[in-house]
Design a protein around this ligand. Structure first.
Ligand code: NAD
Length: 273
């Protein structure tokens, strides 16, 4: 089945649903990529720090669909910020994936204490102008970080990949993104399962005959977010992809909205470096 696509502010489009490669063992990554593509995914979320870009590239060469039908993201890690380091890091990622270019390159964290994310963003702009990366975006950026790079360069990232799940709904960032044409992409979309037993999730699961995970992924889809759950099992990959043949009601969306708890599972971007 055709996956829905989201428009990017640089004229490109991307699939709304993908799967992530964090903590996928390097020696299983090629298999997971192949199985994910076979299960219908057309977006793969990688990163240099995940240590599995070589396996990602192997999977892209082994998969059953043409390379240009799969949208590949990778990221510049925190210790490679600054202009020369960023250029080298991007080239190293391309070499490991063994691809001419990637569809989307992100700055993994703003690392405000380093004071280098504006320089890093300028280098991604240059790499895009040279055609080495197709689209450019960020991850874990706060509103102030986004305002800073937009103010200093005039270039708006196509996407901000942030921690987002029912217990951390990121209303302020989502509103900023909507106002600036930035796609919100949800990482740890299942929130480590902490909302699987919540009453609004269970009620929607019962009504629709879906699993709690599918209800939560569908909630992200209906918020308009791109979503990148992770599963290394073929059955889990298939379950998480089956979220386009049912819908939550407005009342169910509103009930899940009440689960906001301001609760991160990962680091705070204000201090992480
Ligand atoms: P996730 O929310 O996708 O959850 C993964 C966990 O949930 C795994 O333990 C998995 O076995 C389990 N799971 C998956 N599908 C399930 C299902 N249908 N039912 C029950 N359990 C299920 O979390 P994640 O891996 O933390 O995040 C997804 C992706 O986001 C990562 O792989 C990575 O690509 C990206 N990410 C990015 C950042 C960042 O800083 N940019 C940080 C964390 C994750």
């Amino acid at each position: 089945a055709e996956q829905p696509r989201l428009a990017l502010n640089d004229g490109k489009t991307m699939p709304q649903l993908g799967f992530g490669l964090w903590q996928v063992p390097a020696d299983q990554t090629a298999r997971v990529v192949r199985e994910g593509v076979a299960a219908g995914y057309r977006l793969i979320d990688g990163a240099a720090i995940y240590g599995n870009e070589i396996g990602l590239g192997e999977g892209l060469r082994d998969m059953e669909v043409p390379r240009d039908q799969v949208f590949v993201t990778t990221k510049v890690w925190n210790d490679r910020q600054g202009r020369a380091e960023t250029r080298a890091a991007v080239q190293e990622s391309l070499r490991r994936i063994a691809t001419e270019r990637v569809d989307l390159m992100l700055i993994h964290w703003p690392c405000p204490a380093q004071g280098l994310f504006v320089e890093t963003w300028k280098e991604l702009i240059a790499l895009r102008e040279e055609g080495i990366v197709t689209s450019i975006g960020v991850s874990n950026f706060r509103v102030a970080d986004l305002e800073r790079i937009i103010g200093e360069t005039g270039v708006v990232p196509v996407l901000n990949q942030i921690e987002l799940h029912p217990r951390l709904q990121q209303a302020e960032l989502r509103a900023f993104h909507a106002a600036h044409g930035i796609v919100t992409q949800s990482w740890t979309p299942l929130g480590q399962g902490r909302s699987f037993g919540a009453a609004p999730v269970l009620a929607a699961a019962e009504r629709t005959g879906r699993t709690a995970a599918q209800v939560i992924l569908r909630w992200h889809v209906q918020l308009g977010c791109s979503v990148i759950p992770r599963s290394t099992r073929a059955a889990g990959l298939a379950e998480n992809a089956a979220v386009f043949d049912f819908a939550l009601t407005d009342a169910e969306m509103a009930a899940i909205a009440t689960l906001e708890a301001g609760e991160r599972t990962g680091p705070d971007p204000a201090v992480f470096s």
